[in-house]
Design a protein around this ligand. Sequence first.
Ligand code: FPP
Length: 253
Amino acid sequence: MKLCASCFSFLKTPSLEELKKGEIPLHVAVIMDGNGRWATSRGLPRIVGHKKGAIALRETVITCKDLGIKYLTAYSFSNENWQRPRKEVSELMELFVEVLGRELDGMIKNDVKLNLVGQREIIPPDILAVFENAEKKTENNKTLVFNIAFSYGSRQEISQALKKIALLHKEGDIELKDCSQNLIEQYLYTAGIPDPDLLIRTSGELRLSNFLLWQAAYSELYFTKTLWPDFNRKQFFLAVKDYQNRKRRFGKL
Ligand code: FPP
């Protein structure tokens, strides 16, 4: 069989203008996986992969803004990640503080609103203060809401929501019939944020790893073997192009 250039057209990176003619997802979520493997395959310490990953995330934020995407949620540190070796956790914390400090002015200038999505109670106070300062300084920004899922786990998120609702019921503030999907959503960390339309995971792993389990019920999933530090604007465009070719039915016909 003869293969022609058009056989590979699905691999062709579309331009910004081409993509903008199609449907742009309102909310994109990313599982930034593969930083460690990126570094170790080059004989480098894992933290170098995380640093390169932070640069890839910066490019993703800019790409989202250029495409007119309104919400980006990045899985930056899971509840389970607290159990990584102490050295990696403390290097990652230093990196978060450094990156937030370095990028804050840019977020303010570019009208990006930063939002921490996660279990705040278990975040060390000095780290939480850095996130909350960035949230405060960007609270009125509107162009892109950038959710950093940090100290985040979906099962923990759902259980804390249910505990709060159970307490309201116990105190007589709500009746059992009021415990609707809408009510549960109001107690998730993502209250007020629309569900992701497109969820991207890098590094070839095919799972959700406790990320947005409730919110991703009807998200279009996109998996790529590219490791997160190599995930760039072109790769993002390919993911959005793939999304634009999906037929979303939300369980209907
Ligand atoms: C997963 O790769 C990645 C992380 C646990 C950390 C991601 C953090 C950043 C990209 C920094 C972002 C900065 C801010 C301020 C949000 P992995 O370590 O699981 O990689 P592996 O699977 O190859 O080991």
